[in-house]
Design a protein around this ligand. Structure first.
Ligand SMILES: C[S@@+](CC[C@H](N)C(=O)[O-])C[C@H]1O[C@@H](n2cnc3c(N)ncnc32)[C@H](O)[C@@H]1O
Length: 537
């Protein structure tokens, strides 16, 4: 329980019993093994923090331990010993003392240990507040992310509406549920950390699968809702501790056997939360521990879509007016035209629009270094399956739950059941002409920026084709610079995309047998999740 009293921060725990380890200075009241209440106090009058012990139904404290000089050791699931080395704090000399603490439940013991470590960390860093969101020294998160971006980001995730949008993506949530339940052995009796727990749903799944204990780490105000949801499911909640804070900043009392998280944004990497997942791995995962998911792949293929190309070009037509209330708007036409192409398009498209077999880039979450995600450079090489105009690069991702029992992929591929991520297309303002069998080369170069997203540099080129091609070089090149943070959500368009007749005749895309995903069956486009205007995740 947390209470705020005036300037002081006070946190209290009920203990089944507390007894002082015998010393000459101890009184009979403190050595007796009786129920007690432990209070964490910030600022006991001289600026230092204390752990104070009080017998139930008594108004005074029988012991005060200075957190700066105290250490807590676990003796068993519900038993710990707390040792204060003694100090000169508060201008008075105190001698070393030790207390055996017996908790009512294992969860109480974990919560107490967690709070103890938090308060101690605060003392060491010179702050008196536990669960601090802003540390005295900048965390890895704060070093690389602009504070205004982080503020908006956590404000967004702090709202139930947006968590509901993710929960109502049944492809997403159902795949997580299946992956956890099918792999109970990976969770049963294990310590789990849920990285970015949101509403706490994945923590509850892990507890359902028999986790020994789950630490649900959530930085936004959603942590309070997660506490509420978890408390409302007491048979599971008993094994879950919600930790409010960033994974880059919080401390946990023990290592995890398995991390569970849903850190994927549009194009897998948007939001830069994968970096937090990797940081959590390095900070909290025991050697040989598992990650759910363990890997992700970005899939890419060139596409042809005259409708989309024209639609984007036409958006700038407004700026071609020579007399808008008597004002010539045309000087801004070119800027508006280019600006529209700098927005990656997010929607669900028909996979028949792909003009070549996709390639993929793997990110192994268990091995990748956090810094490796700052810049992602993917060389591209395709063979066009049809003769057509190429309008850009289509991208989607999947992630792997590498369970000990069952391996399961969550895919966002076109043609597969639609998720709230849809797919993403980078449209080039200058299309390329290709012939069937012609090689398309290029590069997708993504550079992370401090607004939790990436600048995308895309280049596609067509190579010489046919007899004598080996002597030839690049025929045509088209490039674009896009901001992944500013997508164009194209959800109002018809989802059952009809390929125009003339395109059918020239491309015959239905003849192209393109394998779009490896393990899951392709199904026709399904209903879209609610609230399709989501701008994160
Ligand atoms: C995509 S949501 C997933 C929520 C939930 N796990 C689920 O599957 O429904 C990601 C969550 O992670 C939280 N988050 C993002 N970065 C974080 C960080 N560095 N530390 C703690 N939480 C973070 C966000 O606030 C958000 O609630």
């Amino acid at each position: 329980m947390d209470v705020s009293v005036g300037q002081r921060q006070l946190q209290e725990f009920s203990l089944a019993s507390v007894s002082e380890l015998a010393s000459s200075a101890s009184t009979s009241a403190s050595t007796a093994s009786l129920p007690a209440i432990a209070h964490f106090f910030a600022d006991c009058g001289c600026g230092s923090s204390q752990l104070r012990l009080q017998r139930e139904n008594e108004s005074s404290y029988f012991a005060s331990l200075h957190l700066g000089t105290s250490h807590l050791f676990k003796l068993g699931p519900v038993q710990s010993v707390c040792v204060d080395e003694g100090s000169n704090a508060c201008n008075e000399k105190s001698y070393s003392r030790a207390f055996t603490l017996l908790f009512n439940k294992e969860k109480d013991s974990r919560d107490f240990h967690y709070s103890f470590e938090q308060w101690k960390k605060d003392v060491n860093q010179g702050s008196n507040l536990p669960d601090r969101i802003i540390p005295s020294s900048k965390s890895k998160f704060d070093e690389k992310i602009e504070s205004s971006s982080a503020k908006m980001y956590f404000h967004y995730y702090g709202q139930l509406l947006h968590q509901q949008n993710m929960l109502q993506d049944y492809v997403r949530t159902g795949t997580y549920y299946a992956a956890v339940m099918e792999n109970r052995d990976d969770f049963s009796g294990r310590v789990v950390v849920d990285v970015g727990a949101g509403s706490g749903i994945l923590s509850l799944f892990a507890a359902q699968a028999g986790a020994k204990h789950v630490y649900a780490v959530e930085a936004s105000e959603m942590a309070e809702y997660a506490r509420k949801l978890i408390a409302g499911n007491p048979h599971l909640g008993d094994r879950i501790t919600v930790v409010k804070g960033k994974v880059e900043e919080i401390e946990l009392p023990e290592k995890a056997d398995i991390l569970i998280s849903e850190p994927m944004g549009t194009l897998l990497v948007n939001e830069r939360m994968l970096e937090s997942y990797v940081i959590a791995r390095d900070r909290f995962l025991a050697p040989e521990g598992k990650m759910f998911p363990a890997a992700g792949r970005i899939h890419m293929a060139p596409f042809s879509d005259e409708y989309l190309f024209v639609e984007i070009a036409n958006k700038a037509l407004f700026w071609q007016q020579a007399s808008y209330y008597g004002v010539n708007l045309t000087p801004l036409h070119e800027s508006a035209f280019q600006g529209n192409y700098s927005q990656p398009v997010v929607d669900a498209f028909d996979p028949r629009l792909l003009v070549a077999s996709p390639v993929f880039h793997v990110i192994d979450f268990t091995k990748v270094k956090e810094e490796d995600l700052y810049e992602i450079d993917i060389p591209l090489k395709f063979i066009a399956a049809v003769g057509t105009r190429v309008h850009g690069l289509a991208c989607w991702f999947d992630v792997l739950f590498n369970g000990s029992t069952v391996q399961r992929w969550l895919t966002t591929a076109p043609g597969a059941p639609t998720t709230h991520w849809y797919q993403l297309r980078c449209v080039l303002s200058q299309p390329l002409y290709v012939m069937a069998g012609q090689e398309i080369t290029g590069r997708l170069h993504m550079i992370a920026h401090n607004a939790q997203s990436y600048t995308i540099h895309l280049t596609l080129s067509t190579k010489m084709w046919g007899p004598g091609a080996e002597q030839g070089g690049i025929l045509q090149t088209s490039s674009g610079k896009l901001d992944l943070k500013e997508p164009y959500y194209r959800m109002s368009q018809s989802q059952a995309y009809t390929v125009p007749q003339d395109q059918h005749q020239s491309l015959q895309p239905q003849d192209v047998n393109i394998p779009i995903h490896d393990t899951e069956e392709s199904e026709p486009l399904e209903q879209l999740p609610q609230n399709s205007g989501s701008h994160f995740s």
